[in-house]
Each structure stands twice: as C-alpha cells, then as structure tokens.
Design a binder for this molecule. Structure first.
Ligand code: NDP
Ligand code: HSE
Length: 448
C-alpha cells in the first residue's frame, strides 16, 4: 500500500480525491497494490465539496500531511508560489515524493525544486501542470524519447481559446467574450495569466525543458496575449483563409530554439485551427516519428485529477518496486542495496547546450492592421517603408470608403524578420497618414 496526502481541496484536489476513491478498485486491479488517501489538508474543512470522505481524513494543518511518517507522496494542489513552494520543499526534505499541478511554481522556481528533489532522491510528478488531462509530459518523456524534437506547439490555455472561439463564432468583441468566460467559471477572477499569455508561457517552459533538455526558461519566453485582437481582425483573418489562436511555440532551428507565446494566424484547414472552446491541443514533431497531435481537456477537476492520479500511480509503482528489491536484497543477504533503482527526480538528466533565439531574430509571415487615412497615395507610402525593410507584401484588403477618415488597411506579408518588422512599423506609425498604432499578428503555415 502507498499512502498519499493532498494539500489543497479545491477544484483539482476534489477531482483527484473523487478519482482515487471512486476508481480505487479499478486502479488497484491494474497496478496490483492499493493507493490509500490518508489525509487532505485545506484551510476550509467545513465546505461541502460534494464528496464523501472516510472519517478523520480532513485537517486544516498542512503539517499533518508534511510530517506524517506514513505518507509516501504529498500532492500539492493549492496553487501559487508561497506557501506552495515551502510545502513542496518541506515534503522533499522529509524524503517524501511530490506530485503537483502547479505550472506557475514549476516554471519559475522549478530548477531549485528539481535539484532539491535530486539531492533527496525523491520524485516530483507534474503531468497535470500542462494541458490538464492530456498526458503530454509522459508522451514527451517516454513515448517520444527516441526523437530529436523539431517543434512542439499548441493551444495550452483553455480560457483564451474559449474567448477567441466566442469572438469568431458570435462576432463579439474581446471584453464581452471575456465576461462570458468569467461567467462560465473558465477564467480566473483576475484573468491576466490566461489572456496575457503567461499561463501558456508557464506550460511552454515545462514542455521546452523536456523537449530540448534545457533548464526551465520562463523569463526568456516571448509573451504576448490576446487583448488587442478585435472581432474585425478575426473576420479579416478568416477572409484571408486563417483562424486566430493563442499558440505556444517551441521550435529548433539553426541549433537555436524559438520560445514564444502570441496570437497566431493559422490556415483554417489545419487541425489545430479546429480546436475550439476550452479544449487544448499539442502538436509534437519528432525527427523519427514525424508529426503527432494530442487533443483533450486542458482543465477542470476530473481531467486534471486524472493526470494527478497518473503521477501518483507512477511514483507508487517505483516505491513498491524499490521496496520489493530491498526485501529481496535483504533476504539474499547480498550486502548494501546498490541495485535499488534510483528514482527519477530530475526534470532532465543532462542539459543540452542549445541556446534560445532572441525574438527579434525570428522569421515569420505577418498580418498588419494599419489604421490609415482613406486618401490617395497612402498604400504606396506604407508599402514604400515595408520595401525599405525588405518586407514583401502577399495581399492587401481595404474595405469601404470613408474619404479623409481612418480605415483599417490589412496587409499580409511574405516571410520577414521580426527585427525589420519592428523598425518598419515604428516608422510607419510616425507617418501623418496613420491615425493609430499598427497591430501585427504572426502567421504560421505555407507562404502564399
Ligand atoms: P483552487 O483555488 O480551486 O483550490 C486550491 C485550494 O487550496 C483551495 O481550497 C484553497 O483554500 C486551498 N489552500 C490555499 N492555501 C492553502 C494552505 N495554505 N493550506 C491548505 N489549503 C490551502 O485551485 P485549483 O484546484 O483550480 O488549482 C490547484 C492547482 O492546480 C493550481 O496550481 C492550478 O494552477 C493547477 N491547475 C488547475 C487546473 C484547473 O482546471 N483548475 C488545471 C491545471 C492545473 P481557499 O479557497 O480557502 O483559499
Ligand atoms: N487557466 C488555465 C486554462 C487552467 O484556462 O487553461 C488550466 O491550466
């Protein structure tokens, strides 16, 4: 039997407990031993969570989990940085394995946590930290371990995907779609992490570390959210053959890695364009396997609980195997137990020398929305500046006539360098023919 204790009995804590109790028999039939939910700590132990727990499990004091010598695995599900980090470090120093869904903590403080786990020879499971119920961590760590990863990209924030889907389907503006996401309980009360690309960047830091054997590099990820996208951009994108999605992208090119989160125009016939609502999808391209795609629920009590329990089972199996080896070794009196398998606590075993590319060095196609006065010569002024910076135009849209007033002028480019785009836009935005700041969106897919 393996004993576990949960700290944090909120959305994911409740889902995890429900799965552990409800599917207890199925799980032990599969793995051959029992996972025993011994304690759950939460600040509020009176609240009805709609789940019946055995007597005496609940406690208000996290230390009842952290200091219990019988608990093998501590499951941290409170979220945030402090005290979550203190709890995890205390568990590790008490030689307990840890399972967490806390992507914000791992992305920013994970290097220290994993190194402490290595020192103490315990495991840290984090399947639930990326894409909820999709077992993407196991896929990259195990299923695709034979591959050099060429690219990992996807929709890994359900809230922003819901907002963009709502704006596309119902032709509403960002603020209205956000309100609806909040009403449905998808977005946080303070949705900044979701809509500014920060949550996606937390998850991308973890995926990139596993895929490219680099340290967790959250600070080096370029982050741009969806707040500036208008319903009109979505319509123009559609007209040009694209959908707008908030993508998290990691790509290896010229022995450097691109790490970026931003709204992206994707050809509307690509599968990932069809991933709507709160769903997540991740595309992984390996040199041996080719293209692979994973789709499912990226959040919610039960999908996320499913990933938490998968980690508990994985670590539980190692504990039981290690215990059996110790017994065998003792029975055979074979001296010190040097053959007992060392638990795999490291995020990656050895770091590669791959460097992260500066954002200004990336190349992409671009969509520009200029706010230009409707008068003769405007397009040639703008295209003149683009030409000076080596930016070649693929198509142009200007709708309606409002002589002398500002109208949206849409330009789609061929592949250009981000550094040139930044300079060209700054110059264009200073021209008297332009009424407002230019919006630009990077475009993925084949050149038109
Ligand atoms: P919730 O806010 O629903 O639950 C957190 C719980 O922890 C609350 O009940 C909270 O109590 C309790 N808590 C806070 N501080 C303490 C403490 N010091 N001791 C004991 N209990 C405490 O969060 P979620 O379940 O949504 O998220 C948990 C983690 O899972 C986060 O890291 C999140 O990013 C991650 N995650 C969540 C997903 C989701 O769908 N919700 C999906 C994937 C990952 P109180 O409410 O009183 O503060
Ligand atoms: N806020 C996150 C999302 C929760 O919307 O995807 C899951 O990590």
């Amino acid at each position: 039997m393996v004993n576990i204790g949960i700290i944090g009995f909120g959305t994911v804590g409740t889902g995890t407990a429900r799965i552990l109790l409800g599917n207890k028999d199925i799980i032990s039939q599969r793995i051959g031993f029992e996972i025993n939910l011994k304690r759950i700590a939460d600040l509020d132990i009176k609240k009805d969570r709609g789940i019946r727990l055995p007597e005496g499990i609940l406690t208000k004091n996290a230390d009842d989990v952290l200091n219990d010598p019988e608990i093998d695995i501590v499951v941290e599900l409170i979220g945030g940085i402090r005290p979550a980090k203190d709890f995890i470090l205390k568990a590790i120093r008490n030689k307990k394995h840890v399972v967490t869904a806390n992507k914000a903590l791992l992305a920013t403080e994970g290097n220290e946590i994993f190194s402490e786990a290595e020192k103490n020879e315990v495991d840290v499971g984090f399947e639930a930290s990326v894409a909820g119920g999709i077992p993407i961590i196991k896929i990259i760590k195990e299923g695709l371990v034979a591959n050099k990863v060429l690219a990992v990209y996807g929709i890994i924030n359900g809230t922003s995907n819901y907002i963009l889907t709502k704006m596309t389907d119902d032709k509403v503006e960002f603020s209205e779609a956000l309100k609806e996401a909040q009403r449905l309980g998808y977005a946080e009360a303070d949705p900044t992490y979701d809509i500014e690309g920060i949550d996606s960047a937390h998850k991308l830091a973890i995926l990139a570390s596993l895929s490219y054997s680099i340290p967790l590099s959250f600070n080096e990820i370029y982050k741009e959210g969806i707040t500036k996208i208008t319903a009109q951009d979505i319509e123009f994108a559609w007209e040009l053959g694209y959908k707008i999605k908030l993508l998290a992208i990691a790509k290896s090119l010229d022995s450097k890695i691109e790490l970026r989160v931003h709204p992206t125009m994707i050809p509307k016939d690509y599968f990932i364009s069809k991933v709507d609502g709160v769903f997540n999808a991740i595309y992984v391209q390996g040199d041996a396997v080719g293209d692979t795609l994973y789709y499912g629920r990226g959040a919610g009590d039960m999908p996320t609980g499913s990933a938490v329990v998968a980690d508990i089972v994985d670590i539980g199996k190692k504990i039981v195997t290690s215990y059996k080896l110790q017994v065998t070794s003792h029975e055979k009196n074979s001296g010190p137990q040097t053959h007992i398998s060392r638990l795999n606590s490291l995020l990656v075993a050895r770091h590669s020398s791959l460097k992260i590319k500066k954002m200004e060095d990336i190349e992409a196609m671009y969509y520009f929305r200029f706010s230009a006065f409707d008068k003769p010569g405007v397009l040639s002024r703008i295209s003149g500046v683009l030409g000076e910076y080596n930016i070649s135009i693929a198509s142009v849209i200007q709708k309606g006539r409002r002589v002398g007033e500002a109208v949206p002028l849409i330009v789609l480019t061929h592949t250009a360098r981000e550094r040139d785009v930044i300079k060209a836009i700054a110059e264009i935005d200073r021209l008297p023919i332009v009424a407002d700041k230019t919006l630009y969106i990077r475009v993925e897919g084949k050149e038109q």
